[in-house]
Design a protein around this ligand. Sequence first.
Ligand SMILES: [Zn+2]
Length: 444
Amino acid sequence: MDPESGLDAVRNVGINGGKIRAISDGALKGKQTIEAKGLVVAPGFIDLHQHGQDAENYAVKAADGVTTALELEVGVADVDRWYAEREGKALINFGASAGHIPVRMAVMHDPGVLLPSGDAAHRVATPAEMEEIDALLEKALQRGALAVGLGPAYTEAATNQEILDVFRVAAKYHASCHVHIRTPLTQVAGNFSGFEEVMAAAAITGAPLHVVHIQSTGGPNVTQELQMISDAQSRGMDVTTEAYPYTMGMTSIQSALFDHREDEPANYFASLLWPATGEHLTRESFLRYRQQGGMVILPGNTPENVHAAIVSPLTMIASDGYLAKGQGHPRTAGTYALVLGRYVREEKTLDLMTALKKMTLMPAQRLEKRAPMFKDKGRIRVGADADITVFDPERVIDKATYEKPLQYSQGIQFVLVNGVPVVKDGQIVEGTFPGRGARAPVSQ
Ligand SMILES: [Zn+2]
């Protein structure tokens, strides 16, 4: 199945040198043969939003059909070092954006891990600091960062001016801005100022905009914001979005999202889940863990709003995954198989080709203007990279749960990365590292 050409037929696929060399209804001969009878052969899934970027995370991604996992929301500060650390050691392809959050943390000496907990969250930058932030982002783009990542929800003291200036830098390099938008403590239907901040910045600067996980930050406004994206597209703006199929979210308890929450009622704290122990929080444990630090699972949105986001033709599927020593959110390991198993097979609310398009072609197209290597990903086409996922449409389903987030998906039978099997007969292949850095051209 190829979402670009619409091909949905029985074919033989020939692979050599990491590329697709033949697609034929006649027989093909090769050194190795994979019997895919009764299975779907699709382009490998491209995850635009995957924070965990190590061997543990790459294995669960591969088991869920992902061949390219990209850290585009938070992003990184030192692009060269980040790619060098992974080259030759990765099961699947990897890549990152120039991250406003980590750059702001470096410039303002924030002590946080992954997300800011000190000055980078809470202090307005001086003009000199803003200049330094923009210069570091520009350098990261010159070194081939795929996009620009921003999270004004986490850098809440960053002014509209600072965000606008970051969009200006992105526009200069035709880099899309992948943004976790600001959301108020209590979201009101019909109020969407965090969303409008970035729509305005994109319109003013011309930078492409990608609103991340709209099913959570959209709150009660998911369908309105999807409509606004559709309207903006019809007026020629380059705006896209993504969603993951879970009603709960996960983030750092020391982040700015939990500022000013001390006086919430008891049921607010009880709605928070501490995955390290499986306990629901109280005011006392919330304050204690906020001192200690760590990841917390929190209510994201209603099932109706999540459903609306996943079935919308506008959204790409992206996981927002992160596991550390087996702990984290089930979206890391289960996002793609859940959409294929539940939405496509069980509920029939998405047809299979549309679901695959949201996982393959659309994310490739999001990046291919800045990083032309993505023109050869997300497609089953002669000349395309042999990143291929082969799954059983009758059996595919997620297995990861909030209690056991590390459980691999079922029914993903074969996964090839640059022509090399990383999943065979539903099992991860150990000791193979065909993943390559996905990067924009280095301009300096
Ligand atoms: Zn986010």
